[in-house]
Design a protein around this ligand. Structure first.
Ligand SMILES: [Zn+2]
Ligand SMILES: [Zn+2]
Length: 442
């Protein structure tokens, strides 16, 4: 009997070792494939194209719209005065846009490697639970998970009741976890338990995962081992992410923008938004005046039509980008981070669909309100970086003075290195229910 047990344990161990090695190999292969960033010329190609489009727009607008008016040509849209006014407005908007463009292209978003030291690779458990998959880094590399609070399926049954799980897996990095059991009692334990798995028991009493409550991501995203960049070998600063195109970690990574040939991150984010503002004004002005001209003159000028089409496209493009960026800034989240909130919302939709029939919209709303009571709202209290108000979030990126929101001067107030996690989350970045928040926030 005892021998049999020993044998099966050994087999289990060997099996795990093989799996672990395979996972490690595939990780290495993936890292190698992703190691090559885009060549410089490809990265900057769109910058040249953008400048070319703007130059052509200047040529057509000034040469074919303003100059005929100033020369009082027949069939022109207006007289000399109108021509000069159009020219001045066009040049002011165009130069403001180009100034902001120059700032966003020339300002580095902030590279993590310039600020952090190399660190040894963390010890990882290659087991990546299925629900974790959707939380992959944009680069395709899963955040490494050490398996605490989560066990490979084969061991749950044997280890759960008295194994490391009851201690909440705190043995692995004890000092980091000091006091955690006191700080987050029962509910946290229930939350770190695997969904549908036997619930850990303490003092003989069964603890149930509440079914009718909001399920929030249980991943300890702030743990150093979960922020390790495997390609560069350091612990990423808070909110930094690895950009596959640039081949390096970028501070407060938002997205890689081909139009500016680099990433939009902490230190050029503000200039990116200012550029969008001026680009939107410039394109709207160009579009509306050229459409008016074509409507009045009656004869079709193909070069003006090209600019009308281009400016219409860029109006739509910049307006949607500007609106989505303004929303992200006011929520203090990034394109990558907002995926987390999205996954909570998606899961919630599925749970609500199971709880209520499809037509019971009122009941669904009430359930959601009840969850908001228990937890706070997903995009606000549930956001790891929420500063407490839209205004505070906006000012942390764009600055406190209104002129800073429109003029590409100075530096971004955000250096990309100093972030304070939302106190409604535990020190490892897990969202806590309202009753566990600090008293002053209740
Ligand atoms: Zn990196
Ligand atoms: Zn990039």
């Amino acid at each position: 009997m005892a021998q049999n047990e020993g044998k099966s344990k050994r087999q289990e161990f060997n099996c795990c070792a093989v799996m672990e090695e395979a996972a490690m190999r595939s990780r290495e292969r993936r890292a190698k494939r992703k190691q090559k960033p885009m060549p410089w010329i490809v990265l900057k190609l769109a910058v040249g194209i953008t400048i070319g489009i703007v130059a052509y727009t200047f040529y057509v607008y000034i040469g074919r719209l303003c100059v005929p008016m100033i020369r009082k040509n027949e069939g022109a849209l207006g007289g000399r005065g109108t021509g000069i006014a159009f020219l001045v407005v066009f040049c002011v908007l165009g130069l403001m846009m180009l100034w902001a463009y120059e700032k966003v292209v020339m300002t580095s978003p902030g590279l993590a490697r310039d600020f952090v030291k190399q660190a040894p690779e963390p010890v990882v458990n290659s087991f990546v639970p299925a629900w974790w998959d959707s939380q992959r880094d944009l680069t395709g590399m899963p955040y490494q998970y050490t398996g605490q609070g989560e066990q490979p399926p084969e061991s749950t049954a044997t280890d759960l009741p008295n194994g490391p799980q009851t201690a909440n897996g705190h043995h692995a990095n004890g000092d980091l976890q000091a006091g955690m059991t006191d700080a987050i009692p029962a509910v946290a334990q229930a939350r770190v338990a695997k969904p549908n798995a036997p619930v850990p028991q303490e003092n003989g009493s069964a603890r149930k995962v509440p079914q009718n409550t909001r399920r929030v991501p249980e991943s300890p995203v702030l743990r150093p081992e979960n922020r390790y960049c495997w390609k560069e070998g350091f612990v990423k600063p808070l909110r930094a992410h690895h950009c596959a195109a640039c081949g390096t970690c970028v501070l407060r990574y938002d997205h890689h923008c081909p139009w500016i040939g680099q990433c939009v991150g902490a230190r050029n984010y503000k200039f990116f938004v200012i550029f969008l503002e001026w680009a939107l004004l410039f394109c709207s002005w160009t579009f509306s005046t050229l459409v008016a001209d074509q409507a009045k003159s009656g004869h079709v000028d193909p070069e003006k039509i090209v600019i009308i089409v281009l400016s219409a496209f860029f109006v739509l493009f910049t307006v949607s980008l500007l609106l989505s960026q303004a929303r992200l800034i006011m929520l203090n989240t990034t394109t990558v981070e907002s995926l987390r909130g999205q996954s909570v919302r998606d899961r919630e939709k599925r749970v609500l669909a199971r709880m209520h029939p499809w037509y019971a919209l009122g009941a669904k709303r009430r359930t959601r309100q009840q969850w908001d009571q228990e937890w706070g709202r997903i995009d606000y209290e549930g956001n790891l970086w929420w500063l407490g108000s839209h205004r505070a979030n906006w000012e942390s990126v764009m600055g406190t003075h209104v002129w800073q929101w429109f003029l590409p001067i100075g530096r971004s107030p955000d250096d990309g290195l100093s972030y304070t996690p939302n106190p409604r989350h535990d020190p490892e970045g897990r969202w806590r229910p309202r009753r566990e928040w600090p008293a002053e926030l209740q």
